[in-house]
Design a protein around this ligand. Structure first.
Ligand code: SAH
Ligand code: SF4
Ligand code: F3S
Length: 444
């Protein structure tokens, strides 16, 4: 270890999606290998990295004001934060623009540049670097791997299986920030999962913008699932996100047949109106989406769905929005993430007038969320008395003697009573539901 990094501690704040959460762990791994320490809070850190998201305007604004806040803490001597860096999608989208004017971060590293980070930090600490180095641009040759012990979210270990996206949904900035789709080799994915299992992990969540579009040589996503199912000691496989176009009958039947792949599909619809779907370039119709949902229901026992919806896309009429509400009523998602359309510079949709007034977007979002809440209340109430097998995740903070657990179809359960260990499979009877968490008691 050289002197300049002795005792230097790095804190990373993560925004955006799970792929950033995975990358944050990978960055910690890369920096630890170079001798950098880790700080749990920005106030104790010498280096603060923000792993950022560009998906909506609001997400970017939050981060820009966070940079200002960190700079002000530093100025007032309240936090060391000698180096403030920006990683992730905003680094990629804004690059040099972030540091222009000298009021931005001290370092910018895009999503394919994390192997450069230790060198960049070393150079800054030696005082040899330009005021604010900027490393961005997409590369083929790197797939970061996060150390297995670093990311135990809900006992499900994240494993990114590819980078980027080859779809071109007209509203979306991700193909620009994450680049074209590039696969992690199956051998590397398997090695990563073996490492997780060797350290006691039993569940993985495969991650990618569209994992269902995975293809490495002749191996497609269904083939990859079949291979991963053979890993001894691995008990559950989840994945997100699935693109409705790739959810073929073959893939659905494969998921149904495989014992370890969980019956939960995150399949964003975005809209229930064909006219809007066409302008979004989602490449499916409402009918095709609903047929996919019906096929999954037919073949995969106990399957549940979650999804994303955008309200107020350019030209969305009230009738279009009603079609979305009807679709949501028909699918009956367990969980729905709904967003107001946010114009992203340089995307094809940015050429369309952003003509749905903000107050209408707000009303539609509120109405959609109310419809979804009612669906969930109804769905949840119907589960009382059901018998499920759940995987225990951890002791719950309260009440004493209760446990956090999860069903294969991704329902959260608070288990009252019994002596368990994380990973145990327990048969339970559902006694009720509070918000998004079911209450249950163990049965023999
Ligand atoms: N690859 C995934 C998710 C990508 S981003 C997929 O295709 O489903 C996550 C979600 O953010 C999207 O599903 C979409 O609902 C939302 N989103 C993306 N761009 C947006 C924009 N410009 N305005 C509002 N929401 C957006
Ligand atoms: Fe964005 Fe569409 Fe790609 Fe998802 S599939 S990341 S919404 S372009
Ligand atoms: Fe955001 Fe980038 Fe993920 S834009 S949603 S962090 S891929």
């Amino acid at each position: 270890m050289t002197d300049e990094r002795a005792g230097v501690r790095v804190h990373i704040e993560t925004y955006g999606c799970q792929m950033n959460a995975y990358d944050t762990s990978a960055i910690h791994g890369l920096l630890a290998a170079r001798g950098y320490g880790r700080a749990e809070s920005p106030l104790e850190a010498d280096v603060v990295l923000l792993n950022t998201c560009s998906v909506r305007d609001l997400a970017e604004h939050k981060i820009l004001s966070r940079i200002g806040e960190l700079r002000s803490l530093r100025r007032r001597g309240l936090a060391a934060a000698d180096i403030i860096g920006v990683c992730g999608c905003m680094a990629e989208r804004l690059g040099d623009g972030l540091v222009a004017g000298g009021r931005g971060p001290d370092l910018v590293a895009g999503v394919d540049q994390y192997d450069q980070l230790p060198d960049l930090l070393d150079a800054i600490l030696r005082g040899e670097s330009a005021p604010a180095p900027v490393a961005v641009g997409h590369r083929d040759d790197v797939h970061y791997v996060a150390p297995p012990e670093a990311y135990p979210t809900n006992n499900s270990h994240l494993v990114t299986i590819h980078k980027g996206c080859d779809y071109r949904c007209t509203y979306c900035i991700v193909p620009e920030t994450r680049g074209p789709q590039r696969e992690k080799a199956p051998l590397l994915i398997e090695a990563e999962i073996h490492g997780i299992v060797a350290r006691g992990g039993r569940e993985v969540t495969l991650l990618g913008q569209n994992v269902t579009a995975y293809r490495s040589g002749d191996l497609d996503f269904a083939g990859l699932l079949r291979r991963l199912e053979t890993i001894d000691g691995l008990e559950r496989i989840r994945f997100l996100t699935g693109h409705p176009c790739d959810m073929t009958d073959d893939l659905i039947r494969t998921i149904a047949e495989l014992g370890k792949t969980c019956p939960w599909l995150h399949v964003p619809a975005q809209s229930g109106s064909d006219a809007v779907l066409r302008r979004m370039k989602r490449l499916y119709t409402r009918e095709r989406y609903l047929a996919m949902i019906a096929a999954a229901r037919r073949w995969i026992p106990d399957v549940t769905f979650s999804g994303d919806i955008i309200v107020g896309f350019p030209g969305e009429t009230d009738a279009d929005f009603r079609r979305t509400l009807e679709l949501v009523e028909e699918v009956r998602y367990d969980l729905l993430f709904s967003f107001k359309y946010s114009e992203r510079p340089g995307t094809p949709a940015a050429k369309l007038p952003d003509d749905v007034p903000p107050e209408v977007k707000k009303e539609r979002l509120a109405e959609l969320m109310a419809v979804q809440d009612a669906i969930w209340d109804d769905l949840a109430a119907a589960q009382t008395g059901a018998v499920w097998e759940v995987a225990v995740e951890a002791a719950a903070r309260r009440p004493a003697g209760s446990w956090r657990a999860r069903t294969p179809n991704n329902r959260k359960v608070l288990l009252h009573g019994g002596d368990h260990r994380p990973g145990d499979l327990v048969r339970v009877r559902v006694t009720g539901c509070e918000a998004s968490t079911f209450e249950a008691e163990p049965i023999n």
